[in-house]
Design a protein around this ligand. Structure first.
Ligand SMILES: [Zn+2]
Length: 455
């Protein structure tokens, strides 16, 4: 059938009289030709069936496979990604993912907008306002219920404790997580730890190791589910995560959790930080813009000027359209002159940080004579994770800033708990209160007028 269609298309093309000829050819044929001509292997994440390219052969540049591919793919909103030597993947245009050259152009454009501190401060004000508007966070925050958190019994381990919690944010909607605290008395630093899209979410081993170690070092640290993951998935389902609502709700969750933690009388409000990897890094960046209570932050394997995160929980709302266009590098620059650690690696979009985003951040920090307050730990041999070397960088950063106890860094002392241990509403959500919503559809009530009146 496909072959027949192809033949039909070619026939139609050839049937064009010369005076209306637009030199059309099936896209799949043109790509095959490119593959042979330039001796490259193409793989497809898109369907080229039935697609016809006008002025097909005129688009080829004999000296450049990449220019040829660009010219051929652009009418269809397709793009290519180099996946190895002589190998390219053809995929759909991704609005969130650009290339470092785009980032470079964007950052130099942005720097041209603020030649001095005064113009930067104006830009910052605009971003602070429009990010909130574009995210739609304030109307959501206004609908919160402010109820007492649900708390589990405290479990004691070697040098730290864990307590599960849940907070009702909107009527019937909960965010659940675990609070890791030092066993020592006195006022403790706080480190909020939003999660990324790593398998097993907040229950995974490296997350537990980091949480436990921070607590042993003297910081209260909080791990909590992504919206539609973990205990939240038991409420609204996994699919809920891939909605624009996730972007707003996760930001609300981060703010609400910090609200609660700061009501405890064992916390020091002058030592409040946040760190997360990947999607948790995106949330760290966003929280640092929305919430001025943070004194230091460490987004891990996320800061880039050419990729803002492709999940709806990171870019489901048009935050990066604020003030004529922004990106994660500029959003985190707004944290200047407060201490910032950017952890990057050699195998994802943060590979460009040492040569692109870090110099940009230093320029912004330089406006405050605070270049030394922004650090970059770059791990060129490493990939996209929150592995031991990234954790060490973050232990160092918060350890120094928040006067934590470096003697207590020993991940072998951390007890890895099961997923069920870390849940407050039971393994399968059986302990959710009666009024808890139990489907994604019910979420609609929070996003229409007079939401709170329902129920
Ligand atoms: Zn997500």
């Amino acid at each position: 059938m496909g072959l027949l269609l192809l033949i039909a298309t070619i026939t139609i093309c050839h049937a064009q009289p010369a005076y209306v000829n637009s030199f059309e050819r099936p896209l799949s044929d043109v790509l095959k030709d490119i593959s042979v001509r330039f001796d490259v292997k193409l793989s497809y994440e898109i369907d080229t069936t039935g697609l016809v390219l006008p002025y097909a052969d005129f688009r080829i540049r004999p000296y450049s496979v990449e220019e040829s591919l660009t010219n051929v793919l652009v009418p269809f909103d397709f793009k290519f990604v180099k996946s190895g030597e002589g190998r390219y993947k053809i995929r759909r245009y991704e609005y969130t993912r650009k290339i470092p050259e785009d980032g470079e152009k964007m950052l130099s454009y942005l720097l041209s907008l603020y030649p001095d501190k005064e113009s930067w401060e104006q830009r910052k004000e605009c971003l602070q306002r429009e990010v909130r508007e574009n995210l739609g966070i304030d109307p959501l925050l206004a609908k919160r219920v402010h109820s007492e958190p649900v708390l589990s019994k405290i479990r004691k381990f070697e040098g730290y404790s864990i307590q599960n919690f849940a907070i009702e944010t909107l009527p019937g909607l909960f965010v659940a997580g675990s609070i890791y605290a030092p066993l020592s008395k006195g006022k403790h630093a706080v480190i909020i730890s939003p999660n990324g899209h790593f398998a097993d979410g907040r229950y995974r081993e490296d997350q537990q190791l980091r949480m436990g170690t921070f607590a042993r070092m003297g910081a209260i640290t909080v791990s909590y589910d992504l919206f539609g993951w973990g205990e939240s998935a038991l409420q609204v389902g996994n699919a809920a995560h891939r909605s624009s609502a996730a972007h707003m709700i996760q930001a609300m969750n981060g703010i609400t959790i910090l609200d609660y933690i700061l009501t405890r009388n064992d916390v020091d409000k002058e030592r409040v930080g946040a760190t997360g990897g990947s999607g948790g890094g995106s949330q760290t960046i966003l929280l640092s813009v929305l919430d001025n209570r943070y004194k230091a932050v460490a987004p891990v394997v996320m800061v880039a000027s050419h990729f803002d995160g492709g999940c709806p929980c990171e870019s489901g709302m048009p935050v990066t359209l604020s003030c004529g266009g922004t990106n994660n590098a500029e959003l985190i620059a707004m944290f200047a002159p407060r201490p910032l650690l950017v952890v990057s690696d050699g195998k994802d979009w943060t590979a460009s940080v040492p040569t692109l985003e870090y110099p940009y951040l230093q320029k912004v920090y330089g406006m405050y004579d605070a270049r030394e307050k922004v650090q970059n730990v770059h791990l060129p041999e490493e990939g996209h994770d929150y592995g031991i070397n990234k954790r060490k960088a973050v232990y160092d950063f918060f350890g120094n800033l928040f006067s934590l106890d470096f003697q207590k860094i020993d991940e072998d002392k951390i007890t890895i708990e099961t997923e069920a241990d870390l849940k407050i509403f039971g393994k399968n959500g059986e302990l959710y209160p009666q009024h808890a919503i139990r489907s994604f559809e019910e979420l609609g009530r929070y996003f229409s007028n007079g939401v709170n009146a329902e129920k």
